[in-house]
Design a protein around this ligand. Structure first.
Ligand SMILES: [Zn+2]
Length: 367
């Protein structure tokens, strides 16, 4: 599909005509939008598995933003976030290039699993290896064919299975360009999070590519609030990067707060767990987060807050063993203001019309 031509200036910026964009052995012309099926590996049956990569190449040169999801194959909110983002009508005024990869870990998605058949976590295998086992090869293909072609990355995740994350950005804010993207996502909670070796964030960061991770919701579930918040955040980052004309796009701003630190509240005993607080709630020392009861008698243990903050993750599985992480709590200077901003952000999302989508036809390029 050819995008409408818009060679006028956007804001005060001069426009340079974009050059053809090369990716995965293909050339995408300015104004073109294509899907590339990137071969990753085969099933035992010799059926080829492809990673779908959509490239929307604007007529005017600018940043190359990758938005990817399901590096952990059971984390589905990002798949739906990308499906809605790709149909956002203002993309026909795109400056730069948007690369959308809705499912990186195609094996994991098929098996409804975080991992790959070699039991590896893809997000611990970057930059990968040509001759390694399947996770390492898949990381290598994605990293070399897609990641290295980008100037900025938004990586979409959810909590692990049986956990629910409050929508939040995780990012190493001291790295060049990262803080602007994190703040530009425009959601209330930002966690200044360290880099894990061989993760996409760490390895792309070594190439000087700023990466932010959006964490929201639960594995194997679609949560509307997480999805809408994600679509809006991506569009907001694109405005920050001057990839979309800011004045024409209506978004509701949220004030971001950066957590001082975070901590996990762990189960003090085995038993049946019931949480009594919701995501986004401010909790203070002495408050009750939930209870753990013995399964066959009336004994109950209250889970008492030791360090106050905002609840950003809750375990959803009632069966717990001692030591298991039940609540993730983020600590802020102004926790009360953060709680109010989270509540306001939630109600703004419910009234948001940004995610109304249209179907956009694309041409498919098989490699
Ligand atoms: Zn994940």
């Amino acid at each position: 599909m050819t995008l409408p031509h818009d060679m006028k200036t956007q804001g005060n910026r001069k426009t340079d005509k974009a050059a053809p964009f090369k990716i995965a052995g293909r050339t995408v012309q300015p104004g073109e939008r294509v899907q590339i099926n990137l071969p990753t590996a085969n099933l035992f049956t010799h059926t080829q598995l492809n990673m779908p990569v959509e490239v929307i190449h604007g007529r005017v040169s600018g940043p190359v933003l990758l938005v990817c999801a399901a590096i952990h194959g059971d984390e589905l909110n990002g798949v739906e976030i990308i499906r809605r983002t790709r149909s956002f009508h203002s993309l026909n005024k795109l400056r730069g290039t948007l690369i959308l990869v809705p499912v990186v870990n195609i094996f994991g998605l098929i098996h409804q699993s975080r991992y790959l058949p070699d039991r590896r976590d893809l997000n611990r295998c970057f930059p990968g290896s040509k001759s390694g086992s399947i996770a390492s090869r898949m990381a290598h293909i994605f990293f070399n064919e897609v990641v290295k072609r980008c100037t900025h990355i938004i990586d979409l995740h959810t909590a692990a299975v049986h956990r629910d994350n409050l929508p939040q950005i995780r990012a190493a804010l001291d790295k060049p360009g990262v803080k602007d993207m994190a703040m530009g996502f425009s959601i209330p909670v930002i966690i200044n999070s360290g880099l894990i070796d061989n993760s996409l964030r760490a390895e792309a960061g070594k190439l000087g590519i700023p990466v932010i991770t959006y964490e929201a919701g639960e594995a194997l579930r679609l949560y509307e609030r997480s999805i809408v918040s994600g679509v809006r955040g991506i569009v907001s980052v694109m405005r920050t990067l001057h990839m979309l004309p800011s004045k024409r796009i209506k978004t509701v701003k949220a004030e971001p707060y950066i957590a001082k630190s975070t901590s996990w509240f762990r189960a003090p005993m085995d038993g049946i767990f019931r949480p009594l607080v919701k995501l986004g709630t401010q909790v203070n020392v002495g408050d009750t987060l939930g209870v753990i009861s013995a399964p066959f008698d009336s004994e109950e243990t209250a889970l008492i807050v030791k360090e106050g903050g905002i609840v950003i993750c809750v375990s959803k599985l009632p069966l717990v063993n001692e030591g298991e992480a039940l609540f993730h709590i983020a600590h802020f200077k102004e926790a009360h203001a953060v709680e109010a901003e989270i509540a306001e952000h939630g109600s703004n999302i419910e009234g948001d019309r940004l995610y109304e989508i249209e179907t956009v036809p694309v041409s498919v390029m098989d490699t």
